[in-house]
Write a protein that binds this ligand. Structure first.
Ligand code: LRH
Ligand code: MN
Ligand code: MN
Length: 424
């Protein structure tokens, strides 16, 4: 972990400026009828889960260029996740991927407690073959034509639930790459029905206090058709399975111009929005840092979430899902968590009453200007103040760099070639 004295020293150097910026913003918001303290309290209570696979360098299908001090196993990953939370105060949980992170549950629990983290949704993996596995997923998993392969994939998911139970997780996320690469290769309807049947077996094994998230993705690795291709298929799945089944929206899993905020609104309407994998993208499932390309879209998603806040049973899980190729993953994840918090804070600033009036009067220009006003507000002082008040860093990247953490772990973590997953 990072020396708390170092964080305190770094924060002291920035305290005076932060106080001035915070007060100035507070006055500005006050004139707009917004209580800055209330916004700060909400931001302080907001957390986004880190994907365990995000702390290793991801790579593409062409190459992987590992950096120094890559985590060697899940325990190193938890150390890195602990640092991210220590410096940002925004990432209290970790989402594990099985079997990448398979380990003794008691040790996992102890390690998480030691670094101040808990476990969010478990992720199963039937999009790769794993050591010791009897049957191959080359032609699919939960939707495979062979019942024995489907059963193996179901068993794997049930095992993920077992591990999750032992470490305090309360949700399972299922993403499959099943689909086809050529027209005619598969019977589109029969394949979907096989998938539904297999998912039903997983749902039957779900503890009563768990939720099941299915994640749609437009294409890749299948390049002609994908079984869980879009939010429509995903909604059908969740509705077919039952009330503890929900849809997970990975921002990168849509066509470039898809209106994701509207998808979010529709899923909220259906009571089926389970959670998010936040990231950003320009072309496809790019897994870029959240807010790196289109922060306005992220804000518009949060605008829908803020509208829905307070609805009964509305508790979507918030997770990052990114792949870092040219940055230190810890730095990328810290800034991404802050971007998610920023979008939330900006969405909290929308003048809802004014907006409703403009919408009622069909004043499109003022309605959109109302959203823009919130989006344009620099909420950095709110985020930084929330961090410093909980002992996290005013400037997480500066504190991290000053700590020399990466160089220190590079001493004890010999270079490895395959840490984490992250090529998808
Ligand atoms: C698929 C995906 C899914 C996987 C993760 C590694 O593209 O988004 O969430 O679990 O990548
Ligand atoms: Mn994802
Ligand atoms: Mn993805």
């Amino acid at each position: 972990m990072i020396d708390t004295d170092l964080i305190a020293t770094e924060n002291r150097r920035r305290a005076e400026d932060l106080r001035r910026d915070y007060d100035a913003l507070g006055q500005q918001l006050d004139r707009r009828g917004v209580d800055i303290e209330a916004v700060k309290a909400k931001v302080a209570g907001y957390g986004v889960a880190i994907p365990s696979w995000g702390v290793g360098t991801g790579g593409t299908r062409f190459a992987r260029f590992p950096g120094p001090g890559e985590p060697r196993d899940v325990f190193d990953k938890l150390d890195d996740c602990g640092v991210i939370h220590q410096l940002t105060g925004a990432t209290p949980s970790v989402s594990l991927h099985i079997p990448w992170d398979k380990a003794d549950p008691a040790r996992l629990r102890d390690k998480a407690a030691a670094v101040g983290l808990r476990f969010d949704a478990m992720n199963s993996n039937t999009f790769q073959d794993h050591a010791g596995q009897a049957l191959s997923y080359r032609h699919g998993s939960l939707s495979h034509t062979d019942a024995a392969v489907r059963r193996q994939a179901v068993e794997h998911n049930l095992e993920c639930i077992e591990i999750g139970r032992a470490i305090g997780s309360r949700a399972l996320t299922v993403w499959v790459g099943d689909g086809s690469n050529f027209p005619g290769q598969t019977d589109l309807s029969a394949q979907f029905e096989r998938y539904l049947d297999a998912m039903g077996a997983i749902y039957d094994g779900l503890p009563s206090d768990w939720r099941l998230f299915t994640e749609h993705k437009m294409y890749e690795p299948a390049f002609y058709s994908t079984v869980v291709q879009d939010w429509g298929s995903n909604l059908m799945i969740a509705q077919h399975l039952g009330e503890r089944a929900y849809c997970l929206v990975d921002l990168g899993h849509h066509a470039p111009n898809a209106n994701i905020e509207m998808i979010v609104a529709r899923l909220i309407h259906a009571g089926k929005l389970g959670g998010f994998h936040f990231n950003d993208s320009k072309y496809g499932d790019d897994d870029l840092d959240t807010g790196a390309i289109d922060p306005y879209r992220l804000f518009l998603v949060f605008n829908e979430l803020v509208i829905a806040e307070g609805r009964a049973d509305f508790a979507p899980a918030h997770m990052l899902d990114q792949s870092h190729n040219v940055t230190d993953p810890i730095e990328s994840l810290m800034l991404s968590a802050i971007e998610v918090q920023r979008a939330y804070a900006q969405a909290l600033l929308v003048d809802r009453q004014a907006l409703a009036g403009y919408q009622q009067d069909n004043d499109a220009l003022m309605a959109t200007a109302t959203l823009k006003q919130a989006f344009r507000t620099d909420v950095d002082p709110i985020l930084a103040m929330a961090r410093t008040e909980r002992g996290a860093a005013v400037d997480p990247v500066a504190a991290y760099r000053a700590s020399g953490y990466r160089a220190a772990v590079a001493e004890t973590r010999p270079a490895v070639s395959g840490a984490g997953g992250g090529i998808v």
